[in-house]
Structure formats: structure tokens, C-alpha cells
Ligand binder design. Structure first.
Ligand SMILES: [Zn+2]
Length: 442
């Protein structure tokens, strides 16, 4: 179980506590439930308290971002809360595409004269596409929310895949730097990025790639990145002790000598996120993807978005992760639709304007608990409700959707806030590996 967020009576965040402690406080009547997802309690009497330093670490991903809160206790660093935030980039893209197509078809019909409009869609420089912008906003929303419920005093995020500065020095200083183990991870990430994550010889993407010397070491080839590329096992074997030119790929050597530009290493979304996080006024640590992987592999943790978040940067070197922890799965759902009514295939209004969204005190996206006592649908259902004007709701539970549940059976447990919540899978059930105990990592 993860820790539970605790607020004092003035809603100031205290140190998150163990779930057993929270249960005890609730039972004794000293606390009340403040929020269901993530579970937060509010103390009725206490005001203020001791807090330890807590770092919020974020590993931004294209589909899913990992979030981990790491507390710095006397016995070492420890993950106290974790979540995985799923973005809706593709959905936004699809919806904007369909809107554009509908508008296009509607406006290309011969209905009435419209003055031509053109060159009026220019975005101000440096703005992100809506699907990417939503990723940044999702993460910032959660950084701000978590700051409200827990005593976060520093931030950490993965900014780049690999350290370009180190890589550039590597081009000059070469071998010494690359002999370090950490450097190996950075070099690998660099090469994967540079060669587009495919075999340099056969362009295969669906198999593991190996680091390959363009001029083989046996023939005096160096370890510098300008002599390295990525290749699949088969090509690597077949090439043997030939140079790339002898193997029939004369361009490879030339390509390898061109250093990767900075812009390719930092993508625009992460850069925007970094600027916005920096504006929050907390100390911000940045890490590289190579470093994250190095830390994770060193500590023998399995791959997961939230584990990556915990392991990122210099502070991720020694972090204890409880193997029974299950991250909270947070899925961005958006808020309603801005379309005023549904349209037919020609893009013209098909239905009446949309009605109010609240029915019988519920709105679509709320989490409810329904205890049905009569009829064929007898049972208890906890999940996301989808409201209907007639009062018979659909409830989506982790096991499936039940339809036609009367609103009278429903009790609200969490108001819609644009996200859907589910309990994630624990580390120990995802893998048989057992994480090291805090003593071992001392
Ligand atoms: Zn190949």
C-alpha cells in the first residue's frame, strides 16, 4: 500500500502517513476523508507538524508519464507515493482532425458566399501542438495538486535522453570518459537517438540493437562515438572484422562523424515543461535518460514509468522502493466536448443543442458506489458513472460496464476532475525480482 496524504486542520500538508495509521485516525474520529483519489485525510485537531524533505520526480513520456515522491529519511531515500499519468495526445489529435474534416466538408458545399479566409491560423512562435500542450498541462496540474497535499520542497525531472555536454566532450576526450559505466548508458542512448533506433545496415527496428564499431577494434578502431553505430545482432555478426565500407555501406562512416545537434536531444515538450516547472519556484534537478537507466539497472528494479521517475537524476542513485507498492493509475479524460450538438456525415446539426450535464446531482466522470438491492443487477459496483437524463446510469467498473443503474442506488465517492483513477499493479506481482532492503543500500 502507498502512503496516505495528510492535511492539518487548516489544510496545510503534513508528512504522508502509512495506511494503517490513517485507518486508526479515521476510526478514532481524529481525521476525516478529504479526498478519495489520491487518498487524503484531514486531521480535525492538529495544526502543523514535522516534515521531512520530499522530492517530486517526474519522468515525462509521450503516452504515460511516471510520477514518484521520494522522501529523504535518516535511513535513506524512499519512495512514499507513486503514480502513472496517461495522457490523451492521440485522442486530441483525432478529435481536431475530425473537426477539421467536418468543417472542410461543410464549408466546401455550395451554400452561400463566404469571403475567403487565409493566413489567419498562424500560431505564435514556440507554441506546442494541442496534443503536446495537453501533456505539459497534465503534468503541471499534478505537480500543483500534489504540492497542495504533501510537503514537496524540491522537484526533479528527466529533461534529455542523454547528456550532450558529456557527449561533446566525449568526441574530444574519447576513451577515458567512455570507460565509465554511466558513460556507457549515455553513449547507448546517444547512438540510438542518432541512428533513429534502427540497425544502421539493414534498418530493422523490431530487434535488439548492439553497439557496433564501424572500424573494428581489432583493426585499430577507437571507442569514440564517431566510430560507433547501432546494428542488429545478425548484421554485427556478418560484418565481423570488416569496416563499414568493406561491408558495403560506405556512407556510414561519414554519417557517424557528424555530431547530433542539440535540438534533436531535447524535445520541445520536455523543454516547455522544464521552463514551466522552473517557474514554480522550487529547486529543480534535471536528469538524463541514460542516467535513469543506469540507476535503475544498478539497483535491479524492473522497468516501469514510475520506477524510472524514482531512479532519475543524481538523487536516484539509491532509492528504496517497496515491492508491494502499486502506483495510482491516473488517466486524463478531458472535460466534456465543446461541440454544441452532434453533426451528421455532412457536418450539419443532427441533434438538439446539448442539455445540462448534471442529472440528479451526478455528472459523467464522477466516481460512485452503487449498492443495488433489488432486481437482476443486485450487487455493489464502484466505478466511473456515465449519467443519463432519465436517471438510469451506466457504471464502468474495472471488470466491465453495468447499464441502467437507478440513480437512487448511487452514492458519490469522488467528483469528476478530468481524470480517471485505477489502482495499478504492484512491483512484486509484476516481477519475481525482490528489491533490495533499505539496509542493503546504505
Ligand atoms: Zn541489421
Amino acid at each position: 500500500m502507498q502512503r496516505v496524504f495528510v492535511l492539518d486542520k487548516n489544510k496545510n500538508p503534513l508528512m504522508p502517513c502509512h495506511s494503517a495509521r490513517a485507518r486508526q485516525l479515521l476510526k478514532q474520529g481524529k481525521a476525516a476523508v478529504f479526498r478519495q483519489y489520491p487518498f487524503t485525510i484531514i486531521l480535525k485537531e492538529r495544526n502543523g507538524g514535522d516534515v521531512q524533505p520530499v522530492t517530486l520526480k517526474v519522468d515525462p513520456g509521450s503516452k504515460t508519464s511516471g510520477i514518484a515522491m521520494v522522501a529523504d529519511f535518516k535511513q535513506g531515500k524512499r519512495v512514499i507515493w507513486a503514480g502513472e499519468l496517461t495522457h490523451r495526445g492521440q485522442q486530441i489529435r483525432d478529435r481536431l482532425l475530425s473537426r477539421r474534416q467536418i468543417r472542410n466538408s461543410r464549408r466546401s458545399q455550395k451554400t452561400r458566399y463566404r469571403a475567403p479566409r487565409f493566413l489567419n491560423r498562424r500560431r505564435a512562435g514556440g507554441k506546442l501542438a494541442p496534443s503536446l500542450q495537453s501533456r505539459v498541462e497534465n503534468i503541471l496540474t499534478w505537480v500543483e495538486r500534489l504540492r497542495r497535499w504533501s510537503p514537496i520542497d524540491s522537484l526533479s525531472m528527466e529533461l534529455v535522453r542523454f547528456d550532450t555536454q558529456l557527449m561533446e566532450n566525449a568526441e574530444i576526450s574519447g576513451v577515458e570518459y567512455q570507460q565509465g559505466e554511466l558513460a556507457g548508458y549515455e553513449v547507448r542512448e546517444y547512438l540510438l537517438e542518432k541512428w533513429g533506433r534502427k540497425c544502421a545496415y539493414c534498418h530493422a527496428t523490431d530487434r535488439p540493437l548492439e553497439i557496433e564499431h564501424i572500424t573494428p577494434k581489432s583493426r585499430g578502431g577507437s571507442n569514440r562515438v564517431s566510430n560507433l553505430t547501432v546494428a542488429c545482432h545478425k548484421c554485427n555478426q556478418r560484418k565481423g572484422s570488416q569496416t563499414a565500407a568493406e561491408f558495403g555501406h560506405p556512407n556510414i562512416q561519414q554519417q557517424a562523424k557528424q555530431p547530433l545537434k542539440d535540438a534533436a536531444a531535447v524535445n520541445a515538450t520536455r523543454l516547455t515543461l522544464w521552463r514551466r516547472m522552473d517557474n514554480l519556484g522550487l529547486p529543480l534537478e534535471v536528469g538524463t535518460g541514460g542516467r535513469t537507466k543506469f540507476n535503475r539497472v544498478k539497483q535491479d528494479y524492473p522497468k516501469a514509468h514510475w520506477v524510472d521517475a524514482a531512479c532519475l537524476g543524481e538523487s536516484g542513485e539509491r532509492v528504496y522502493i517497496n515491492p508491494s507498492y502499486a502506483p495510482l493509475q491516473i488517466k486524463a479524460m478531458g472535460h466534456q466536448s465543446r461541440q454544441m450538438c452532434r453533426v451528421d456525415k455532412h457536418g450539419f446539426p443532427r441533434t438538439s443543442p446539448k442539455q445540462g450535464r448534471v442529472h440528479f446531482g451526478f455528472q459523467t466522470g464522477d466516481m460512485v458506489k452503487a449498492v443495488v438491492t433489488k432486481g437482476t443487477k443486485c450487487g455493489t459496483y464502484i466505478g466511473k458513472v456515465s449519467v443519463k437524463a432519465k436517471g438510469f446510469f451506466n457504471i464502468t467498473t474495472p471488470t466491465g460496464t453495468v447499464q441502467g443503474i437507478n440513480y437512487r442506488y448511487c452514492a458519490p465517492i469522488h467528483n469528476s476532475d478530468g481524470y480517471l483513477y485505477e489502482k495499478g499493479e504492484a512491483l512484486s506481482s509484476a516481477t519475481t525480482r525482490v528489491a533490495v532492503s533499505p539496509r542493503q543500500i546504505q
